[in-house]
Design a protein around this ligand. Structure first.
Ligand SMILES: *Cc1c(COP(=O)(O)O)cnc(C)c1O
Length: 405
């Protein structure tokens, strides 16, 4: 392969060179007396990304799914009632996990392309005057459909009902790309992983928890079985800068560099860049005459777009064509929308030219598969948008010499 594959799936995302280089180092002694000097600031800097006002962050050598599990088994107990909603493959899988772990799920089964139903949550919570519901779950960004939900809104309806339940949020494809304000929104457990907004390989399950979640952990009666994902074991060793078992040291070195890059760009700039990249993609989708899976603008995700192909076309063929002919990886449609949508992941280390490349590949693949679009229409619309708003360019240098030169 002459050049590296062009990766536009919604995780794993592209790894910046400094992050990749930071992971290329000899194995190190994870029990050395120097190790805590490296790990303790990692925990502190992660808290800034989640905008926490209290609590702590756990880093498991797992994928995000492990952090999902840890959040449940450390704060809830078998038979607990929880309020959840399903509107895509990832929110569906968390519901499935909760059922399998013995929680009693009150489920809002929503149309794919929509998100967390605030009205229904408000109704259910208002009726739960005995506070039998122990936790409210929300998937911040549904990666299967490209839908972002309003977590501040979930907090509002919980407060309006004066409801003391824990608020559990899946932020795997949002944290470090979309604004996540755990402190201000009163989020108690926020799940993430290394291979999306954090721009790392898969392998770290990152779980941020509030003081309230830590109290629930202590008060839990009876305790759910747990071992690998136990908060208590982690806390005992993490407080000293160590881990209860072998940590993924190279990934932690990569995380150090990723957090430094995030701090350097600045969270608000990162969110603005993601919005800009997403807008470019949405301009292209409009120009192609295609529709997003997200039903309304309020659901639009700035990290991933799921795009319907015309009914007589198989979206899996579009994804395959892009892969084999143009070395471009796109996301396939999952389960309910398999064959109907393809996805462009636009999160992590990306700029305008990379998005342009993705759209260029998509246009050719769509045309090759018989979709009636004009080549250049989508890329042109995105270029026009990017160029008209170029002062906000994602990767631009100081341009004071541009005119002089
Ligand atoms: C990717 C993803 C997951 C699963 O994470 P893994 O790291 O694959 O275990 C869960 N939820 C959402 C929203 C995701 O995007």
């Amino acid at each position: 392969m002459l050049v590296q594959p062009h990766l536009f799936i919604p995780g794993p995302t592209n790894i910046p060179e400094p992050v990749r280089m930071a992971m290329n180092l000899p194995m190190e002694d994870m029990r050395s007396p120097e190790f805590p000097k490296f790990t303790l600031p990692l925990f502190e800097d992660l808290k800034k990304v989640f905008k926490m006002k209290d609590g702590r962050v756990f880093i498991f050598p797992s994928s995000g799914t492990g952090a999902w599990e840890s959040a449940i088994e450390n704060t809830l107990t078998v038979g607990d009632k929880v309020l959840m909603s399903s509107f895509g493959q990832f929110s569906h899988l968390w519901v499935d996990m909760a059922n399998r772990m013995g929680l009693k799920v009150i489920l809002c089964d929503e149309e794919w392309g929509t998100g967390v139903p605030l009205d229904k949550y408000a109704d259910v919570l208002a009726k739960d005057t005995d506070h039998e519901i122990k936790a409210v779950f929300a998937t911040h960004n549904e990666t299967a459909t490209g839908v972002t939900s309003d977590i501040a809104g979930v907090r509002k309806v919980m407060d309006a009902a004066n409801h003391p339940a824990l608020l559990m949020v899946d932020g795997v494809s949002s944290v470090a790309s979309l604004d996540m304000q755990m402190g201000a929104w009163g989020v108690d457990c926020c799940v993430s992983g290394s291979q999306k907004g954090f721009m790392l390989p898969t392998g770290l399950g990152i779980l941020a928890v509030s003081d309230k979640a830590l109290e629930a952990n202590k008060a839990q009666q009876p305790r759910m079985n747990r071992c690998f994902f136990s908060f208590e074991d982690m806390i005992k060793t993490n407080d000293l800068g160590f881990f209860p078992y072998t940590p993924a040291t190279q990934l932690l070195r990569g995380l150090r560099t990723s957090l430094d890059m995030i701090a350097e760009e600045g969270l608000e700039n990162i969110f603005a860049r993601h919005h800009r990249m997403a807008e470019g993609v949405r301009k292209a989708v409009d120009a192609w005459g295609l529709k997003l899976c997200a039903k309304e603008p309020k659901w639009h995700s700035d990290t991933v777009s799921a795009i319907y192909v015309p009914e007589d076309i198989d979206s899996a063929e579009v994804v395959k064509t892009a892969y084999y002919r143009y070395n471009v990886s796109l996301g396939v449609g999952l389960t309910k929308v398999a064959g109907k949508v393809f996805r462009i992941g636009h999160l992590g280390a990306l700029d305008e030219v990379m998005i342009g490349g993705a759209l260029f590949g998509v246009e050719m693949a769509l045309r090759d598969c018989g979709v009636d679009i004009r080549l250049g229409s989508g890329t042109g619309a995105a270029a026009q948008y990017f160029s008209e708003t170029a002062t906000k360019s994602a990767n631009s240098r100081d341009d004071s010499n541009l005119k002089a030169a």
